[in-house]
Design a protein around this ligand. Structure first.
Ligand SMILES: [Cu+2]
Length: 172
């Protein structure tokens, strides 16, 4: 009995060691979560519903590929270009498309629309909302409402960026 108890204790300790090692490995992810939580805590005394903030950087990336909002209530969306490169070389916008829009076809039209900052006038009916085209250090906040629940694709229409810069806005 005694030996068995010892063995099972050893097994248990071994298991705990493995478990704690596993936790250590995921520590960077945990600290990121903590940062996000504390940021939300500061910005949300009344749990700011439908206030969305997303960043674009000089590496041609959004910092999120999923945004969530509540249907039928105004959405306040801020796009921040946190890079330094001017918009002529690393411009970012965020364009939300109507459900069912062919994203690739839309992006192809958009890159021909340089004069209107890559917002194609011919495709207006496919656009739910869009920000301005931003260069490094700039930001733009837009307000709009989506009544219909669904999953809406968003993208940056600056030439070549859609491959890296896209995501979904989930409206519930
Ligand atoms: Cu971009």
């Amino acid at each position: 009995m005694n030996a068995k108890t010892k063995i099972s204790l050893l097994i248990l300790m071994g298991f705990l060691t493995i478990t704690s090692c596993g936790k250590k490995e995921t520590a960077p992810a945990e600290s990121t979560e903590v940062n996000e939580t504390s940021t939300e805590g500061e910005a949300a005394p009344a749990a700011e519903e439908n206030v969305l903030v997303i960043e674009g950087n000089d590496q041609m990336q959004f910092n999120k590929n999923e945004l969530k909002a509540v249907a039928g209530k105004p959405i306040k969306l801020t796009l921040k270009h946190v890079g330094k490169i001017p918009k002529e070389a690393m411009g970012h916008n965020l364009v939300i498309l109507q459900e069912g829009t062919d994203e690739a076809a839309f992006a192809a039209k958009a890159i021909t629309a340089k004069d209107t900052d890559y917002i194609p006038a011919s495709e207006k009916t496919s656009i739910v909302a869009h920000t301005k085209l931003l260069g490094g250090g700039e930001e733009d906040t837009i307000e709009f409402t989506i009544d219909k629940k669904g999953t809406y694709n968003f993208l940056c229409t600056f030439p070549g960026h859609v491959a890296m810069m896209k995501g979904v806005l989930i409206v519930e």
